[in-house]
Write a protein that binds this ligand. Sequence first.
Ligand code: DGL
Length: 277
Amino acid sequence: MNRSDQPAIGILDSGVGGLTVVKEVMRQLPAERIIYFGDTSRCPYGPRPREEVLRFTLEIVRFLEQFPLKALVIACNTATAVALDEVRKRTSIPVLGVIEPGARAAIRTTTRGRIGVIGTQGTVRSRAYEKALRRSSPHLYIVSHACPAFVPLVESDCGGTEEARRVVESSLAPLKEHRVDTLILGCTHYPLIANLIGEVMGEDVHLISSAEETARELKAMLAQRNLLASEEHALLRDHHFYTSGDPEFFRRIAERWLGCSLKVTRAAAETPISGSL
Ligand code: DGL
């Protein structure tokens, strides 16, 4: 088997947000090969109509299916809320989303049963977290709040600025009066500014990112199907990152977040890539 034949984990997002899931997959499953697609040129997905998010997601899935895949992770809450069921119907590869894992982690963590959910307009409108949380814990106090200004901050790499602090403070102000003990970062971009969100919410609020639990679920699923890569595969492992935006800009953010050097190529989800994979 050569590098490009090794079945990979396909991971997708509207941009750099899914890298928060990639980081956990790399930590928990270091022998696995990852093929990532970030749809930076069409980000954000949050304010878009459902039909459009569904169409974009299905395009990316088809793009990723050019590669030999053993699993697919929709590392985007907005796309998970809209497209998870449809993607599962259309592919034989096992598909994971990030909402059920995030909800499970929050239920394990909450101390007073008061859970906040922040996400894109699309995710909040779908009420997907509320439904997932209530399925196992019907009596929780849940408050959901859209923070549409956060994704542009992360995608423009401005998370460390004073402007970012002002934006985060004003966006979270309406949530603070609900005195939640646990806050779900219901958008995979948000862990990239988790420090700031944590400072604004206060140290007694537990922040939940779906990434860790999603990677754990992926590992269990691969183990159950006997699909885990062996150590010997780790030597062949060859990650590849695709973005529909500027590859240099994407690479800068991705390498800083993941702490390793990466191959990043520009590609459009609508167009299959040609030549060697
Ligand atoms: N990272 C995505 C999410 O988890 C989408 C952000 C966006 O494109 O609006 O919802």
